[in-house]
Design a protein around this ligand. Structure first.
Ligand code: ATP
Ligand code: MG
Length: 340
């Protein structure tokens, strides 16, 4: 595996935010040293517990507090200086790309930020999770990429969270990989659409990629300065990662010099297995500070939420999965994005 440094990975350091909003980078924020999950990757809740200055808190109290906070939308996190555009990519299927894009986006908007999710996957899973109509024929990201329709035309509000928006994907997008081939600047269709989109009102744009390294994913990599890679805590997790990083390198050298892998999130962590801890350890060894301290546990509530057209934050805000996604989103909000 190529080293993180060779890929231009790494962060400039803790944020220097004066006037940061309520909360501040506590145990859930930027780790002064890369201390994984408040010391124990087998207990993702530990990060939440460590946030309290008043000693250990009972899990039920913590869950109730998290539920109340999410419902009330209490507190606001700092706005980035400019809209952060983050591509969520991993060509391996089912590692939690969509779940991560949707739940990070939902967490950020519950804490006062304005967020857009661009669904770039013909499966339309992010559109489903955000309860945005995406049956065939609806104007969607397909029309933007293939027909050059303005992105603003397809952006819709998500159902249950104010300040959260989605540019839906329909099944038509499945043909786009082929339809894009003869088009001019086929790798730059999305970045052009974003250039023509007034993103000043948005704080974050997440782009949810399909499980491939085809033209759709390349468009996403060209369009964003940041890549977030979700890595599932299981045996084959690191397979294919080198190919993804090579693609990132290629896109950086030919099409998008600003591109950086800014964030890695460990997903579907099963604390009962030693394997999950070993994978988490190995990922941290390779990638160091860009791996978020928060780890997303395997959680039934997380997997149930999309079938109700919801993020886990609104479906069950007190659940471990919701708390872990809020912790991960908070870390991102309090870290400075990499400098171009
Ligand atoms: P694809 O490559 O097909 O786009 P993906 O990488 O976007 O997949 P998801 O769709 O987010 O992955 O997740 C795959 C499956 O795992 C989904 O059924 C999802 O509900 C479930 N899942 C995701 N994260 C968790 C979690 N933390 N705990 C339990 N189930 C999860
Ligand atoms: Mg997906």
């Amino acid at each position: 595996m190529t080293t993180a440094a060779a890929h231009g990975l790494g962060w400039p350091g803790p944020p220097d935010r004066t006037g940061a909003a309520a909360g501040g980078p506590g145990a859930l924020g930027w780790p002064a040293t890369p201390a994984p999950v408040a010391g124990d990757p087998a207990q993702p809740e530990a990060a939440a517990a460590a946030a309290s200055d008043n000693g250990p808190e009972m899990p039920i109290a913590r869950a109730a507090r998290a539920a109340l906070a999410a419902r009330a939308g209490s507190g606001t996190w700092p706005r980035p200086r400019a809209c952060r555009i983050i591509t969520v990519a991993n060509q391996k299927g089912g590692v939690g790309k969509t779940t991560t894009a949707v739940n990070l986006a939902a967490s950020l908007s519950l804490y006062g930020l304005r967020v857009l999710v661009i669904d770039l996957d013909p499966q339309g899973n992010a559109s489903t999770a955000l309860d945005v109509d995406h049956h065939s024929g609806v104007v969607s990201v397909y029309n933007v990429l293939v027909e050059g329709q303005p992105l603003a035309d397809v952006v819709r509000p998500a159902a249950s969270i104010p300040q959260l928006y989605c540019a839906p994907a329909t099944i038509d997008l499945a043909g786009a990989e082929i339809e894009l081939v003869p088009l001019v600047a086929r790798e730059s269709r999305l970045v052009r659409a974003l250039a023509g989109f007034d993103s000043t009102g948005f704080d974050y744009i997440f782009i949810d990629c399909p499980p491939s390294l085809g033209l759709l994913t390349v468009n996403a990599l060209v369009a964003a300065p940041e890549v977030l890679i979700p890595i599932q805590c299981e045996y084959y997790a690191l397979e294919g990662l080198e190919q993804l990083l090579r693609t990132v390198d290629l896109v950086r050298s030919h099409l998008n010099p600003a591109l950086t892998v800014s964030t890695i999130l460990l997903t579907m962590f099963d604390g009962r297995t030693r394997l999950a801890s070993q994978v988490a350890e190995e990922v941290r060894e390779h990638f160091g500070g860009i791996v978020l301290s928060a780890i997303i546990p395997r959680s039934v509530r997380v997997s149930e939420a999309p079938s109700y057209g919801q993020s886990v934050m609104t479906y069950d805000p007190g659940s471990n999965g919701a708390q872990a996604y809020v912790a991960a989103a908070k870390e991102m909000a309090y870290r400075q994005p990499p400098q171009p």
